[in-house]
Design a protein around this ligand. Structure first.
Ligand code: NAD
Length: 481
C-alpha cells in the first residue's frame, strides 16, 4: 500500500492532522493507496513555503528557470513507463493511452512553457515624440492551481508549467481521485533541483483543500479545471476577493457530420472523439448530429465499429481500448444517465450497461461504450454533461436546424465539423457558440492556440501567451519625453 505524501517546502511530508483518504484502483474496485486528507493547516504551510520562495524564484534569470523545468520534463520522460503505469492504475485509462498520449503531452506542456518564458515579451506604445509607454509583465506571487481526475498529469502540468515559468510560486491541488502522478512528480522536482517552496502539492478533498485555496486572502490568482458547479462555487468565494480566475469547466460538445464528408476518415475519428479515455475528455463529442441522407449508413457503420473495436478490459492489457471508469461515484452517475436516456424514450443501439469482468477485475467499474438514438435535442440526456462512454445520435436536415441544436446547451467548449464544403465549414465554424472548433479532425492540438470555452464552459483561456498573460500582472509605465 503506497502512502502518498504532500510536497511542501521541497520535502515530502505527511498531512499535519495525520488523516488519509482511500485511493482506489478502478480496474479492480479496491483501495490500493492512501492519499493525504489535508486541511487548512497544510495549505497554510504550503502557502508560507511558497511565499518564502517567491523572491528567489521570481528573480532567478528566466534561462535558469527554464533549464530547471526542462530537467523536470527530461526526468519524467526517463520514467515514462512508471508514470504511464501509475496513471493507468490510478485513473483507469488504457496504459497505451497514458504512455503514448497523456504523459508525453504532460512532458510537452512543461517543455513548451519552459521555452515560452524565454520568448515572452511585452508591448511598447510610443505617443509620437511626446511620450512612450512600455508595459512590464511581472509574476503575480503565490498562485493556486486545481485540477481534475480525467487527464491527471496532463491537466496538472498544463497549469503549473506556465505559472512556474512566469516566475510565480505555486500551491497546487490534484484531484483526490487521481493523486498518484502528481506525487511522482514531487520526487522528480526534488531530483531536478527545483528550489524548495517553488511548487507545493497539497493533496486532499476539494471541499477542504480546494476551498481553502479559493478563499485564501493572499493567493491572488487561481487556475481551475473541473466541473461547472465547482467552478461557480470557486467564483462565488474568490470573486469578492478580486482574485484573477481562469475557469475551464464542463462541456457537451456537438459533432456535426454532413453527407459530403470523407466518410471513412470521419467514422474512424468519430469513434475516437466519442470514446477515447472512456469518453472522459472534456473535448469528446457526445452529441452526434448526422445529415439525414447518410444517417442510416452512419448509424450502421458506427455501431458496428464501436462493437468491433472498443474492447473493454483491464487497462494494463495492450488490447484494451476502453478501460475502467475513474471512480465508483462517477460510474454510478454515468449509469444513471443511461437509465435517464431510456426513460426519456431513447433506444440503446449498443452498450447501455455495466460490464462485469472476471477474476480480480470482477469488482472493477466498467461500462460498455453506449450509443443512443431517438432522443429530442433538448431532453436532459442531450443537455447535461455525462462525461462517460455515452453518445447520442440525431439526424438533421438543414444547417440552420443543426446550429440551433448544437448551440442549445448551457455549455460552449468545443465542436467538431465534418464536411468537404469549404464555405459551409467556415460559416458553420463562425456560428457555433464555443471556444474551439475542429474541422475534419479532432484533438489536433497546437499548444500556442487559445484553449477554453464560452457560456458555462468557462471563463478565460489557457495555452500559449494566454496562459503566460494570465500568470503575470501587466504594469504600464509612461515616460514623457
Ligand atoms: P470537480 O469539479 O469535481 O473537481 C475538480 C477539482 O476541483 C478537484 O481537484 C476537486 O477536488 C476540486 N474541488 C472540488 N470542490 C471544490 C471546491 N468547493 N473548491 C475548490 N476546489 C474544489 O471535477 P471532476 O469531476 O474532477 O472533473 C470532471 C469535470 O472537469 C467535468 O465537468 C469536465 O468537463 C471538466 N473538465 C474540463 C476541462 C476543460 O478544459 N474545460 C478539462 C477536463 C475536465
Amino acid at each position: 500500500m503506497i502512502t502518498i505524501a504532500n510536497y511542501i517546502g521541497g520535502q515530502l511530508i505527511a498531512p499535519q492532522a495525520g488523516k488519509y483518504l482511500d485511493n482506489y484502483n478502478p480496474a479492480i474496485g479496491k483501495v490500493y493507496s492512501l492519499c493525504p486528507d489535508s486541511d487548512a493547516q497544510d495549505v497554510e504551510l504550503a502557502y508560507q513555503a511558497a511565499k518564502s520562495a517567491f523572491k528567489g524564484w521570481s528573480e532567478t534569470p528566466v534561462e535558469k528557470r527554464s533549464r530547471i523545468l526542462l530537467t523536470i520534463a527530461d526526468k519524467i520522460e526517463q520514467q515514462l513507463h512508471q508514470f504511464a503505469e501509475a496513471e493507468s492504475i490510478d485513473q483507469g485509462k488504457p496504459y497505451w493511452l497514458a504512455k503514448n498520449g497523456e504523459i508525453p503531452r504532460a512532458i510537452s506542456n512543461i517543455r513548451f512553457f519552459a521555452t515560452a518564458a524565454e520568448h515572452f515579451a511585452s508591448e511598447a506604445h510610443p505617443m509620437g515624440n511626446h511620450a512612450i509607454n512600455y508595459t512590464t509583465r511581472n509574476p503575480i506571487g503565490v498562485v493556486a492551481c486545481i485540477s481534475p481526475w480525467n487527464l491527471p498529469l496532463y491537466l496538472f502540468t498544463w497549469k503549473i508549467a506556465p505559472a512556474l515559468a512566469a516566475g510565480n510560486c505555486v500551491v497546487a491541488k490534484p484531484s483526490e481521485i487521481t493523486p498518484m502522478t502528481a506525487y511522482l512528480l514531487s520526487q522528480v522536482c526534488i531530483d531536478s533541483g527545483l528550489p524548495p517552496g517553488v511548487l507545493n502539492i497539497v493533496h486532499g478533498l476539494g471541499t477542504k483543500v480546494g476551498s481553502t485555496l479559493s478563499g485564501h486572502p493572499h493567493i491572488k490568482a487561481l487556475s481551475f479545471t473541473g466541473g461547472t458547479k465547482t467552478g461557480a462555487e470557486i467564483a462565488r468565494v474568490a470573486a469578492p476577493m478580486f482574485k484573477k480566475l481562469s475557469l475551464e469547466l464542463g462541456g457537451k460538445n456537438a459533432n456535426i457530420i454532413f453527407a459530403d464528408c470523407d466518410f471513412d476518415k470521419m467514422l474512424a475519428e468519430t469513434v475516437r472523439s466519442s470514446f477515447l479515455n472512456q469518453g472522459e475528455i472534456c473535448l469528446c463529442g457526445s452529441r452526434i448530429f448526422v445529415e439525414r441522407p447518410i444517417y442510416q449508413k452512419f448509424k450502421d457503420a458506427f455501431v458496428n465499429k464501436v462493437k468491433a473495436d472498443l474492447l473493454v478490459g483491464n487497462p494494463l492489457d495492450p488490447k484494451t481500448q476502453t478501460g475502467a471508469i475513474a471512480s465508483k461515484m462517477h460510474y454510478e452517475k454515468v449509469l444513471s444517465y443511461i437509465d435517464l436516456a431510456k426513460q426519456e424514450g431513447g433506444t440503446i443501439l449498443c452498450g447501455g450497461e455495466a460490464i462485469m469482468l472476471e477474476g480480480e477485475f470482477a469488482e472493477g467499474w466498467y461500462i460498455a461504450p453506449t450509443v443512443i438514438e431517438g432522443l429530442p435535442y433538448n431532453c436532459r440526456t442531450n443537455q447535461e454533461e455525462i462525461f462517460g462512454p455515452v453518445v447520442t445520435i440525431t439526424p438533421f436536415d438543414t444547417e440552420t436546424e443543426v446550429l440551433e441544436m448544437a448551440n442549445s446547451t448551457e455549455y460552449g467548449l468545443a465542436s467538431i465539423l465534418w464536411t468537404e464544403n469549404l464555405s459551409r465549414a467556415h460559416q458553420m465554424a463562425g456560428n457555433l457558440k464555443c471556444g474551439i472548433v475542429w474541422i475534419n479532425c479532432w484533438l489536433l492540438r497546437d499548444l500556442r492556440t487559445p484553449f477554453g470555452g464560452v457560456k458555462s464552459s468557462g471563463v478565460g483561456r489557457e495555452g500559449g501567451w494566454e496562459a503566460m498573460r494570465f500568470f503575470t500582472e501587466p504594469k504600464n509605465i509612461c515616460i514623457k519625453l
